[in-house]
Design a protein around this ligand. Structure first.
Ligand SMILES: [Ca+2]
Length: 234
């Protein structure tokens, strides 16, 4: 059975953190919200990310849809259609509201796909990242490919989706770990059209290093008590 859930039309901004303290359940939060970020958990800085000398200055994805599957042996996904244009480095996260029952899920899939209406600097791309690598040379990673990020429960077989769910999409992991350090500066505008092998390396890292967390205090960041992921790559 295919169970489509209608998206709530308006995407509500959360209030500032101060007003939410002690009063987390507002009228906007009756359902489940999903937000996205990119953090290198062991070394985050504000206003971008600097890890081992490499700096991330832009990080965007186009989420075509979010898919949750109750029974992975059947074709029964609950699909929440976008597109959602997500600035992963934004200080104020735009929550994506989804309507779920009380059940657990066997799989969560984040499907990235380009869209003609993508805002700048994302444009018509599924993923875009830019910054400087450790030697100061600027880099850019552009994808127009369809990319799916599949997650399973971190403990046992099921994913218990919390009311506020945080997807940490690892667009910086490959660069921060030196994946582009050996490249000539002329090769640092990496796209899946011009350098598919390099893009594949980036994509593999994105798939393997992304995690899903609970965002208990709804601040769009992974706090020390939220480090344990609720879902890991499948
Ligand atoms: Ca948090």
């Amino acid at each position: 059975m295919r169970n489509h859930i209608i998206m709530i039309a308006s995407v509500a901004l959360t209030g500032c953190v101060g007003t939410d303290v002690g009063n987390p359940e507002t009228s906007n939060n009756d359902g489940t919200e999903v937000v996205f970020t990119t953090e290198v958990v062991d070394d985050p800085t504000l206003n971008g990310l600097t890890v081992r000398g490499a700096t991330l200055e832009e990080a965007w994805v186009t989420i075509d849809n979010i898919e949750l599957r109750r029974d992975c042996s059947a074709s029964n996904a609950e699909i929440f259609d976008g597109p959602y244009y997500v600035d992963l480095l934004a200080d104020e996260k735009m929550p994506i509201p989804i309507e779920l029952g009380d059940q657990d899920y066997c799989r969560l899939t984040i499907n990235l796909s380009p869209n003609v209406d993508g805002p700048e600097p994302l444009g018509q791309r599924s993923v875009f990242a830019a910054g400087t690598r450790a030697d100061g040379a600027p880099f850019e990673i552009s994808g127009v490919s369809y990319v799916n990020l599949r997650f399973k429960g971190a403990r046992g077989n099921s994913i218990q989706v919390p009311k506020r769910t945080l997807g940490n999409l690892a667009v910086f992991s490959w660069v921060a770990n030196g994946g582009i350090d050996a490249l000539d500066q002329s090769e640092l505008a990496i796209s899946d059209l011009d350098a598919p092998n390099l893009f594949n390396e980036f994509e593999r890292s994105l798939k393997e290093d992304s995690r899903v967390h609970a965002d208990g205090n709804r601040d769009g960041r992974i706090d020390p008590d939220e480090l344990e992921p609720i879902a890991i790559p499948e």
